[in-house]
Design a protein around this ligand. Structure first.
Ligand code: MEV
Length: 429
């Protein structure tokens, strides 16, 4: 099944957990230890967790699923996703299959340049201070490189110094200095924060001011990823809608999010369902990605959609996404959390940029999945079956009875915990 190394795996969802794990093990060339980390047999234990954060008393597990069918820039990917919400993984694989029919995704990304900020106060004249900083530009960049030797060795390092005077604030004028730094395959938080703390005293000397905050910006808009894809209209036809009508309904849904912040919040949340799941699976900081995405969505002064959807000249559906994507394949938890390393291996990405491009394609596909459901049959039908499954499990249904409990609740249109418990009791008799 995986011999030709295609991510198109029809019926993957029907396989048993053990079969799926075996297929992924073969796909990712996983060692027995790596397989065990995925299955939770080994994986992150409390002793390892104790080295990650403070006051550890245990670990908290989440499901790790695989989204199939991804074809990005001509390469096949199986995408590991960590998420508690039902439907997301299945919907993503379906959406990726539709894009595959249109040739897959075209994705690209910027150089991995992070922004660090230094807030300078107590200045006689912010514009004079800005000039003084720019006069020291080369020295400041050289000093930033000095404390980032490993990043520089890998081809990264300081790329620019920029100044942003903000004259009118409740605490008086301030000069914001930006250090732009290429952090290569790291997310780069530590690198940039170290460099900022190192150069801040030089900026104080040059300006006569006082450096207050020295911290990266999560609006990493020099480090964007984008993806585009097409779905042939025939693929979108349903029992009740022609392909053309479905394309139109999806385009209308996309425009709704472009013009209305209330819809954009939900629309973008759906995008982040997919993006976050990959970001978490690979051990990256999903709060940073969330912050960047939403700030980017508000960059024009009004919060809007992260995607655009339109009908092309042939009547097919096309979508585009662009968002900041500060993810790494080294550093942070990417290699500390045993399952994160395995997720990266399954993905087979060679760089942080490639990971960012996969995340962008995932965001676009997840968005399509939600809009397609919303603009055609509504999302509740599919959700109810999965919801019923969770209720059945919560009611204590043994594995061999889960499907029967689910079916009974759906037939009765009565999906409640008490009813699930009664059905379990009846079936157990
Ligand atoms: C649910 O987690 C996500 C959706 O609400 C996204 C959307 O409305 O586009 C379905």
């Amino acid at each position: 099944m995986t011999q030709e190394h295609t991510s198109r795996l029809p019926g993957f969802y029907k396989r048993s957990l053990a079969e799926r794990a075996a297929i992924i093990g073969q796909w990712g060339n996983l060692t027995p230890e790596e397989q065990a980390a995925l299955l939770g047999v080994s994986g992150l234990n409390a002793a390892q967790a104790d080295h990650m954060i403070e006051n550890v008393v245990g670990v908290y597990a989440l499901p790790l699923g695989i989204a199939t069918n991804f074809l990005i820039n001509g390469k096949d990917y199986l995408v590991p996703m960590v998420i508690e919400e039902p439907s997301v993984v299945a919907a993503l694989g379906n959406a990726a299959r539709l894009f595959r029919e249109g040739g897959g995704f075209t994705a690209s990304s910027d150089e991995p340049v992070m922004i660090g900020q230094i807030q300078v106060l107590d200045l006689a004249d912010v514009y004079v201070a800005a000039g003084a900083v720019m006069a020291q530009r080369d020295r400041l960049m050289a000093e930033a490189d000095k404390v980032s030797s490993s990043i520089v060795r890998y081809g990264g390092g300081a790329r620019d110094i920029q100044v942003r005077p903000i004259v009118d604030t409740p605490v008086g004028p301030m000069l914001i200095v930006h250090l732009l730094m290429d952090t290569r395959d790291a997310m780069g938080a530590n690198t940039i924060n170290t460099a900022l703390e190192h150069i801040a005293p030089l900026i104080e000397q040059a300006t006569g001011g006082r450096a207050n905050l020295r911290i990266l910006s999560n609006l990493a808009d020099h480090r964007r990823a984008r993806a585009e894809g097409m779905i042939p209209k025939a693929q979108l036809a349903t029992d009740r809608l022609s392909g053309e009508d479905a394309v139109q309904a999806i385009v209308e849904a996309g425009v709704f999010a472009e013009v209305d912040p209330y819809r954009a919040a939900t629309h973008n949340k759906g995008i982040m369902n997919g993006v976050d799941a990959v970001v978490i699976a690979t051990g990256n900081d999903w709060r940073a990605i969330e912050a960047g995405a939403h700030a980017y969505a508000a960059r024009g002064g009004r919060y809007t959609s992260l995607t655009q959807w339109w009908q092309d000249d042939e009547g097919n559906l096309r979508g585009f996404i662009e968002l900041p994507m500060a993810v790494g394949t080294v550093g942070g938890a990417t290699r500390v959390h045993p399952a994160a390393g395995v997720a990266l291996k399954i993905l087979g990405v060679q760089s942080a940029r490639e990971l960012a491009e996969v995340c962008a394609a995932v965001g676009l596909a997840q968005n399509l999945a939600a809009m397609r459901a919303l603009a055609t049959e509504g999302i509740q039908r599919g959700h109810m079956r999965l919801h019923a499954r969770q209720i059945a499990v919560a009611a204590g249904a043994p594995t061999h009875l889960i499907n029967r409990v689910v079916q009974a609740m759906i037939t009765e249109n009565n999906i409640r915990l008490e009813r699930a418990r009664e059905i379990v009791q009846e079936l157990n008799k």
